[in-house]
Design a protein around this ligand. Sequence first.
Ligand code: ATP
Ligand code: MG
Ligand code: MG
Length: 387
Amino acid sequence: IATLGVMGGGQLGRMFVQAAQEMGYYTAVLDADPVSPAGLVSHFHIQTGYEDAAGLAELAERCDAITTEFENVPAPALQTLAASRPVAPAASAVAVAQDRIAEKAHFVACAQAGGVGPAPYAALETEADLAAVGDLLLPGILKTARLGYDGKGQARVKDRAELAAAWDSMGRVACVLEKMLPLKAELSVIVARGADDQVVNFPVQRNLHRDGILAVTEVFDGNVPAELAERAIATTATVARQLGYVGVLCVEYFVIDDGSEHGGLVVNEMAPRPHNSGHYTINACDCSQFELQVRAMAGLPLVQPRLHSPTVMLNLLGDLWFQHGQPVEPPWAQILALPGAHLHLYGKLQARPGRKMGHLNLTGASVEQAQATALRCAELLGMAPWR
Ligand code: ATP
Ligand code: MG
Ligand code: MG
């Protein structure tokens, strides 16, 4: 029996492991946390840091192929594993996604090949870079080049004085400064690419972020103007191909208000793994993003997934486990009484505000039904409505 391994034990790893097990694989997780969501459900849990030589050796020893669920797994660790086992995505592709400066340069190269380009930006690494920042980029968002997620490692700056102060407070680490854009909507596209260059895609996801964290994803026919959807899908495939990427890749987009009917499309960032905005695929598609990750890394055929139900995904953040500062259990029985409500919890032992504890996929026979169920869930949970 073959064993598939994953670097990282978070919820993405957990859902990957579950998909792999459904297909008969044994699974191994490397994560130092003894109660990591993926480690808890995996056959083998190697409890070491990502760079621990013995841990990496054990993972390679146990596994026939290895992937990653955490985008900040050190690329050299993936390189080490790749010396003895197939690793997908490759360290070189993950390294581009881990560094906003390299990532933006990759998007620019893809735009030259006909894809959608990024927001106007500048790399900020030296004093001279700071002095050279053009007025066009302000007001802007300063983002650390490495290790940011959920809006962490970002500062919104109005002018040069705020920019200099924000960069100082980040310790002058390498950053990108992006022009602040007037967003009409946020989208994401998930593709899977095989080693044989086959690329398949999920439909375009429409995402709502709150406080820098994904809150709601809606997917149904017509949720995005066809012309924008086609360009976003084509660009995502180009981004994957030009990286020689193998596995599941998500690319985030902005729709900006540029005076045109549907708005302009800008590429934001990528994640070298299954993505939070793709969790709906478990219940609304005939093949989930996690199954495609299994197939891609195991060298199995990829298939174009089909959305069979209009769907809304609600992220369940730790905030929902508290009311007036007191711990509470969210009203699952009332939620699960709703047809089309699919509850996913990640087995995290401690709820904390802002922590991703689980998600709800709400499916329906019609868009209206899925949306009505989602709005009812939001009401039951005390979440703000979005429409
Ligand atoms: P993730 O958790 O998705 O990896 P992140 O911390 O890497 O997030 P971004 O996706 O770059 O951060 O930005 C977070 C959010 O901030 C975006 O989803 C968007 O709502 C807003 N944002 C980022 N860049 C811009 C911009 N240039 N103009 C306007 N809004 C922006
Ligand atoms: Mg990010
Ligand atoms: Mg993002």
